[in-house]
Write a protein that binds this ligand. Sequence first.
Ligand code: CAA
Length: 396
Amino acid sequence: MAIGGQTGPLSLALTEEHEMLRTAAREFAQREIAPVAAAYDESGAFPLETARKMGEMGLMGIEMPEAYGGTGMDTLAHVLTMIEIAKADASHSTILSVNNSLYCNGILWFGTEAQKREWIKPVASGEQIGAYSLTEPMSGSDAGNMASRAVLNEAGSHYIINGRKSWVTSAPFADRIVLFTMTAAEEKHRGITCFLIDTSQPGFSRGKTEPKLGIRASATSEIIFDDYACPVEHVLGGVGQGFKIAMTVLDAGRIGIAAQALGIAEAAYEAALMYAREREAFGAPIGTYQMIQQKIADMKTRIEAGRGLIYQAIIAKERALATGGRYTTEASIAKLFCSEAAAYVTDEALQIHGGMGYSKELPIERYYRDARITRIYEGTSEIQRMVIARNELGIR
Ligand code: CAA
């Protein structure tokens, strides 16, 4: 089967290590996260305590080498963990995803040895929270069109950063941020540079925290740069390389969001399955009626199709990392399909539960709200379709 324009064996083996990690993540998620998920959703508070515990378990830098504070595993390990954590609570999986993927990956792939040691370790080990900042109030999908600026000072020692970034996941609690901003606006996307930001430094502040429909315990805010002086040593991957870094990192991130969507869908599906077995109407369990059976069959089919697409994207990614190719299309397909499957499955799970699905007494309505963001962040469904179609057509 052809993946990413290449042919090769299509297989993905779960090792004993993967099984152990999955079991550990599942037990932890069900024991520590699931019981507090509703309360965090209600209050919108950031779950710093359980986030730290995820770090202690080695879940915050799964793909990072042990030398940089990580667990030294692979993309499949990250995906299996994302699914288990998202099944318990999507907000926790969002925090996990940003630390693991959006923050750490770019530094691992584009950083100098000194940058990797200084910037990956505290976040991969879970001692600190990381964030990734691309979006601005007037540029979301059109990521290359930025108003924020970084200007080299006369001494050539620091970039002076000014501007406002928005929708930065984990920003209210982030210690470190991978920031994308313009160093040469006339060069458009080729004028974007990536900077490593220490949020304790002067010139950095946080704006309003977004009140959100779902993933309410994953804090999201604006961040503001007012003459923030960033040492030139904290440029990641070279001046003007920012857009490529941002896109490369998003390719990996989108596989993680696909896994998150799948985890939310699985949680909703399993609840619906149990309800369909137990709830009786007209003298029989509702699962004995064909209209419910059709929903169950369609939900399960979408979940398994999504899992298959995620596994294809993982294979394509591991191959690309080894050969230097890209897996953009496979990542976008997995994210597009799984996020839309999660919308379908959570909606049908709510329908199967009837009034109880609409009640805050059960987690079904939370799954329904949490699933919605997966069609928006790390590239909307419209952007995924654009990416897939452009790559298929060979046009830009
Ligand atoms: N990998 C590597 N390079 C890539 C790439 C990829 N996946 N995609 C594009 N590029 C390169 C191209 O090769 C091209 O390089 P050259 O300059 O050398 O020719 C360059 O980038 C520009 O490419 P395009 O002309 O295709 O760029 P575009 O302006 O048309 O935009 C886009 C492409 C796909 C629409 C992109 O802007 C995009 O993905 N937009 C969505 C952004 C997004 O996902 N935002 C979410 C941010 S994170 C978030 O949600 C918040 C959070 O905290 C979780």
